[in-house]
Structures are given as C-alpha cells and as structure tokens.
Design a protein around this ligand. Structure first.
Ligand code: NDP
Length: 290
C-alpha cells in the first residue's frame, strides 16, 4: 500500500522542513501557502501546489497546519470552512491551551477533527531521531495517523483535552525563552568586560547542565508544598539577586531582566518566605502580581 498522502498548509521554515521530510519518506504532499513563492523548492522535490485553500483541503484527509499562530489558521480556513468536513487538522501552530480548545470546537462545528501539536525541535531536526512533538485531542484520531506523523518527529500523546499539548508546549517554551534570554544577558555582561561568547560557552553550558539537579531536588518539594530552607534560604537568594542586578547595572547594561527577577524575590521576602528555600517563590507565581 502507498504511503498516506498529506496536505501541508503553512510553508515557513518549519512547514518546509515537514514537507521535505514527508517527501523523503515517499508520502505524496499537497501544499498551500499565503505566499505561494515559498513552495518553489518543494515542488522541485515533488510536492504538488494547490491553487486554493479549498483545493488543498479537498486533496487529502490529513491536513497539517504549520502557521505562526491560530489567528493565521482562522484567516486561512474560515473562508474555506465549507471544505473542512471530514478533514483531520493536525495543528502544529503555536498558541494557548484555551485557543486550542476553542479551535477543536470550531473544527468540530465544521465536521472536522482537530489534533493539537507542539513541536519541540527546530526545523533542522524534523525527520531526525530524538525529536518529539506533544499531541492532544481524540485518541483514536491520533492513533489512526500516528505512523504518518512519526515521519516528522517522535510523538508524545498527552491526553484527550485539546489544550494539553499546547500547555506542555507553552510551559516548556517558558523555560526556553527565559533561560535563553538569561543567556543573552550573561553574554552582554561578559562582553562589557571584554569576554567573548566563545570564551563563555563552556561555562554557560556547564551552568545549564547543572539545572536538572535542581529540578529533581525541587520537584517533590513543590508537589508537597514544602520548601525547607536547609540548603538554600530565600534571604540568601535575594541578596545574590541584588548582586546580579548591581553587576549588570554597573556594566551599563539594560537591567530589565535582573530587575524583574529581583522584584519576584522581593515579593517572596514580603510574604515572609525568607527562611524557606528559593522554591517557595512558586507560591508567589501562583497569583497575578499585585
Ligand atoms: P513562521 O512564523 O515563519 O511561519 C509562518 C507561516 O504562517 C507562513 O506560512 C506564513 O505565511 C503563515 N502565516 C502567518 N500569518 C498568516 C496569516 N495572517 N495568514 C496566512 N498565513 C499566515 O513559523 P515557522 O515556520 O518557524 O513555525 C511554524 C510554527 O511552528 C509556529 O507556530 C512556531 O511557533 C512553531 N515552531 C517553530 C520552531 C522553529 O524553530 N521555527 C520550533 C518549534 C515550533 P507567509 O509565508 O505567507 O508569511
């Protein structure tokens, strides 16, 4: 039997990598993109360009969406909603859990299934071993298309709530963006002292690789809402964060990031957590800032 045919809508760097991976495994692929010229290289590889969204939807049951966000999905699919019945939308676009749930209901209203996906690797790792994507939505729909989706990445089904894959994705992107921004702050500080990114690389990498140790230590405490200050006290952390803030300020840098960190520590101190561990700040983060 031939490989399952797929439609891919959205040809940014991620969508293009996905089309290439499908074609390399022998899947017939129909593509559509707002900016049609982005399909050129893919057509040379064997993809077929649909001349309209309706045609792209009509071509295949399985429709992979790789768009900037869900607004882009509505902009593309609303005008063609009459062509959605019977389609399986695998939405690998980033957005919030609430928007994923709303999209699943919207798709169902048009007779389509919706699987939410959160891709955890950049485009060069699509189709490579060790990559993974979170999925959530109807289990039987996921199972029916799992083999084809595994051409792109490994799959990790998180549950039937359509918001779950988006929640896992955004939770981990919270780590990604804040830690990568902290890396840039580190490099700005090093650079202000004449130290290059290349010189900092082994030290920054070592700091990152120590993180799982802290995660493992804190996870059971956080689940139990116990924050023993036996190894680290929040008061010590608050003083340390002040030193970080002042070091960045003295170097003439933008201090928005360390100042935000300092603000969170101060709120923990104000809540009386001085003798608890740093992990007690999770209680501060559970509510909007006052
Ligand atoms: P891009 O933002 O570069 O892709 C944008 C795609 O969305 C293009 O096809 C673009 O069309 C289309 N688009 C955006 N707005 C509209 C609109 N209003 N109407 C019609 N089409 C629109 O994203 P990537 O390809 O990099 O990523 C796709 C998804 O994958 C994103 O949700 C991203 O968060 C996620 N992701 C990306 C990773 C990465 O490293 N790139 C890693 C993991 C996940 P046009 O070409 O016409 O502009």
């Amino acid at each position: 039997m031939g490989k399952q045919a797929v439609t891919v809508i959205g040809l940014g760097p991620m969508g293009r990598a996905m089309v290439t991976a499908f074609l390399a495994e022998g899947h017939p692929v129909t593509v559509w993109n707002r900016t049609a010229s982005k399909a050129g290289e893919l057509v040379a590889q064997g993809a077929v360009t649909a001349s309209s969204v309706e045609e792209a939807l009509a071509a295949n049951e399985l429709v992979v969406l790789s768009l900037t966000d869900y607004d882009a999905m509505y902009a593309i699919l609303e005008p063609a909603a009459h062509a959605l019945a019977g389609r399986v939308l695998v939405n690998l676009s980033s957005d919030t859990p609430d928007r994923a749930r709303a999209a699943a209901a919207w798709a169902a209203g048009h007779g389509a299934e919706h699987l939410t996906g959160g891709v955890q690797v950049p485009p060069p790792l699509i189709g490579k071993p060790g990559s993974a994507t979170f999925y959530s939505g109807p289990r039987e729909v996921f199972d029916a298309h799992r083999e084809t989706l595994e051409v792109l990445t490994g799959t990790d089904f998180r549950g039937t709530d359509p918001g779950l894959a988006a929640m896992y994705y955004q939770a981990l992107m919270t780590i990604f963006w804040t830690s990568m921004l902290s890396y840039l702050q580190t490099l700005a500080l090093a650079g202000a002292h004449g130290v290059t990114a290349a010189e900092m690389l082994p030290y920054a990498s070592r700091a990152m690789t120590m993180m799982p140790h802290f995660l493992e230590t804190y996870a059971p405490h956080i689940d139990a809402a116990r924050y023993p200050g036996d190894v680290d006290r929040l008061a010590m952390g608050a003083a340390s964060v002040q030193h970080v803030l002042h070091t960045n300020r003295d170097a003439g840098l933008d201090t928005a990031l360390p100042a935000a960190v300092d603000g969170i520590f101060r709120r923990g101190m104000d809540r009386g957590f001085a003798e608890n561990s740093f992990s007690s700040l999770v209680e501060v983060l559970k509510q909007p800032a006052g």
